[in-house]
Design a protein around this ligand. Structure first.
Ligand SMILES: Nc1ncnc2c1ncn2[C@@H]1O[C@H](COP(=O)(O)OP(=O)(O)OP(=O)(O)O)[C@@H](O)[C@H]1O
Length: 308
């Protein structure tokens, strides 16, 4: 079990802390989803867990052993960063050999670990391809393969599917789930709520360096309050908004979607009937299922961040 307790960190000269009393734990075989608006502190938290920065206060342990956060412990915690972190002129296999040597693996171990990392990320058919010529999804998998070389017990992934198409994203999700099934503890940051909803066992929501919520995904989605999600055909629809406000509390989601937390005396049927009677078009409606996105928006506010 990786356990971080009471982490604090302020960048030199910064006005406010990037991490303020952050605690988390993630067990082998579990996937912790890390959500937060821009500037929430996700990358800083990953840097602290990897040992790239030393927290001003707090404690990070793997089991009973403290992780020496400054020296870093690559065999326990590895990071697959958001940016491509490989040599584009080298082939996939050459990159793995190079990073295995940098990680201090001997020749036999380097060969064995490279083969395993290729299998874990299903990159075997691409070993001779020059890394710079890989598609976006394959580049993300190479980043992941490099992080897997030291056989880490904990793998941190900073936006592992950023900028890849939906097919590659779905494939990457399968790869991550398989890694968790092998017993690796995963921490995955993402801006994609659907991705975290599809992947995570536990979810940590961070904002302005503070933990707003850390709970099992099922608990976050079990909110039984009566929420109706509506997709209005237009982004700005004052008439519909005025009508809906009489039925409950309105919260904008993205684009043309709104969430309506229904008053006890209203119902989905009444709302839909009222919209129809007023001749107001609707593209879609969903009731009875809480989305992670609405929990996230409720906790973090809709206000744009200064850092955004
Ligand atoms: N090197 C740095 N020096 C000073 N301040 C920094 C530095 N890196 C990040 N910060 C600040 O620390 C806070 C947390 O940033 P961090 O990058 O960890 O957030 P994040 O959640 O990863 O954001 P994003 O989703 O945009 O990647 C922000 O206020 C940011 O401006």
């Amino acid at each position: 079990m990786l356990r971080a307790t009471g982490l604090h960190y302020t960048y030199p000269g910064a006005a406010r802390p990037a991490l303020a009393d952050v605690s988390l734990q993630v067990a082998p075989g579990r996937l912790l989803g890390l959500l937060g608006p821009n500037g929430a502190g996700k990358s800083t938290l990953m840097a602290a867990l990897t040992g790239l920065i030393r927290p001003d206060a707090g404690d990070i342990r793997w089991g009973d052993e403290p992780l020496d956060t400054h020296a870093g412990q690559p065999r326990v915690v590895a990071l697959a960063p958001q940016q491509d972190a490989f040599y584009p002129m080298l082939s996939v296999a050459e990159n793995l050999a190079c990073f295995a040597a940098a990680a201090g693996l001997g020749q036999a171990a380097a060969r064995q670990r490279s083969e395993q990392a290729l299998a874990q990320t299903r990159l075997q058919d691409w070993r001779t391809r020059r890394a710079g010529q890989l598609s976006g999804g394959l580049k993300r998998r190479l980043n992941l393969a490099i992080a897997l070389l030291p056989a880490p017990a904990v793998l941190l992934l900073d936006e592992p599917t950023a900028g890849v198409d939906p097919q590659s994203r779905a494939f990457l999700r399968q790869v991550l789930r398989a890694l968790a099934d092998e017993g690796i503890a995963l921490v995955v940051s993402s801006h994609l709520m659907g991705e975290i909803e599809a992947l995570a066992d536990e979810v940590l929501i961070l904002d302005q360096g503070r933990v707003l919520r850390c709970a099992p995904l099922a608990e976050l989605l079990a909110d039984q309050s009566r929420r109706l999600t509506l997709d209005l055909a237009k982004a700005d629809h004052p008439a519909a908004r005025a009508l809906l406000a009489a039925h409950g509390e309105l919260r904008p989601l993205d684009g043309t979607r709104l969430e309506l937390r229904l008053h006890p005396q209203s119902s989905p049927a009444r709302v839909l009937g009222a919209l129809e009677a007023a001749g107001l078009a609707l593209r879609g409606a969903e009731f009875g299922r809480t989305r992670l996105e609405s929990t996230f928006m409720a906790l973090t506010d809709e206000a744009l961040r200064d850092d955004a």
